[in-house]
Design a protein around this ligand. Structure first.
Ligand code: ATP
Ligand code: MG
Ligand code: MG
Length: 394
């Protein structure tokens, strides 16, 4: 059987490996960590860094195609691989997603090209790469959030600033790296859309996921009809397809949106950022859809047909961070899996990580069911058993 490769050995790589193996593929994981969640379940584990020549040569030598699961794999490594085999997503698309400045220009360009994105814009922002640009920041961007242009995730590399003095101090604390300052928006809600686009340009999408973040980290995803106003849901889906088409994207792409109050009946959509890979907010697709985001990642990279996914169950996903493994006093504990697994429609996913730390993504729990009220009731029970945050805010 052919071997499919993945750059990165985290949980997204692990779930990719599971999906690839179900279709009979062998898999190869490139990750320096000998105990990486994906490396542990893959046929081949190549324990080298992402830019190591020997590791890349081994990966290229054994694979029919390569994808990435880790947002910060150097685009140059993907470029090197692309010289000898199909790589999806490509280096150019990944490079855009790795840099908030390029990403925002891309969103703006997509919007300009297509009437579809009318009414979907970025948060007002300023690029800060030089002291002059810091001085020139318009006062109406404050209070705001200063975000490093590169390498941030789960709210890391971000600081809230209320005034010019705090902004200057925050930029100094970030050691003057390239940043964007975004205006702090009054969020009504957040959502994301996942699409898969093939080599032939065919594109399929999942319905918009409604997301709740706690401390900058995804806590809860809810997906069912009515999770957000239908006019906005359609617009978010169309905007995501436009963004993927605009760069000739191949693979699974997730775009995050904010829903803000602009005085109109349902509010307005603001595009936040994109992830060039399956996304935490799409984990529910494994249990609530006939085709998951990882199945589509396999199909897209391997040049297989992209069936339109169908959601067959209402779903609520609860993220399981390392915090669940500690009680209120900070003492280590074993979560009550017996009680969780007894809940109807509960699907527990654990990523095989052995060292739980607060804030670390250890697993997730998806509750599926035929009706929204029932799913919500079970999710509430699960959240109570595990002391999970975020659900009541949803
Ligand atoms: P991810 O793990 O999703 O990649 P990230 O570190 O790239 O996260 P963002 O998605 O930019 O960070 O922001 C994290 C969260 O912070 C958002 O989901 C939202 O809740 C909040 N946030 C970010 N930007 C703004 C803004 N301009 N106004 C209000 N809230 C914001
Ligand atoms: Mg991000
Ligand atoms: Mg985000």
């Amino acid at each position: 059987p052919a071997t499919l490769g993945v750059m990165g050995g985290g949980q997204l790589g692990r779930m990719f490996v599971h999906a690839a193996q179900r279709l009979g593929y062998f898999t190869a994981v490139l990750d320096p960590d000998p105990q990486s969640p994906a490396g542990l379940v893959s046929h081949h584990h190549i324990p080298f860094g992402y830019t190591d020549k020997q590791g890349l040569a081994q990966l290229a030598g054994m694979c029919a195609a390569v994808t990435t699961e880790f947002e910060n794999v150097p685009a140059s490594a993907l470029q090197t691989l692309a010289e000898s085999l199909p790589v999806a997503p490509g280096a150019a698309a990944v490079a855009i997603a790795q840099d908030r400045i390029q990403e925002k220009s891309h969103f703006t360009a997509s919007a300009a090209e297509s009437g579809v994105m009318a009414g979907v814009s970025c948060a007002p922002y300023a690029v800060i790469e030089t002291p002059d640009q810091l001085q020139a920041v318009p006062a109406d961007l404050l209070p705001g959030i200063l975000k490093t242009a590169r390498m941030g995730y789960d709210g890391k590399g971000q600081m809230r600033v209320n005034n010019a003095a705090e902004l200057a101090a925050a930029w100094a604390e970030l050691e003057g790296v390239a940043c964007v300052l975004e205006k702090l928006l009054p969020l009504k809600a957040e959502c994301s859309v996942i699409v898969a686009r093939g080599w032939d340009g065919r594109i399929v999408s999942f319905p918009p996921q409604r997301n709740v973040h706690v401390d900058g980290i995804l806590a809860v995803t809810e997906v069912y009809e009515g999770n957000m106003p239908s006019a906005l849901a359609a617009r978010a889906q169309a905007a995501t397809e436009t963004i993927a088409n605009h760069i000739g994207y191949v693979g699974v792409l997730c775009v995050e949106f904010f829903l803000i109050d602009d005085g109109s009946e349902h509010g307005a959509l603001v595009v936040n950022e994109m992830a060039p890979r399956p996304h935490n907010s799409g984990h529910y697709t494994m249990d609530a859809c006939d085709v998951s985001q990882f199945d589509l990642q396999v199909h897209a990279m391997a040049g297989l047909p992209l069936p339109a996914p169908r959601q067959h169950s209402k779903a609520i996903m609860l993220n399981l961070l390392g915090d669940v493994w500690f009680d209120a006093q900070g003492e280590a504990r074993t979560p009550d899996w017996q009680a969780v697994l007894a809940l109807p429609g509960a699907h527990l996913h654990l990523y095989g990580k052995t060292d739980a730390r607060p804030g670390r993504k250890m697993g997730h729990l998806t509750i599926t069911g035929a009706d929204v009220a029932g799913v919500k009731a079970v999710a509430r029970q699960a959240a109570a058993i595990l002391s999970l945050p975020g659900f009541e805010a949803a």
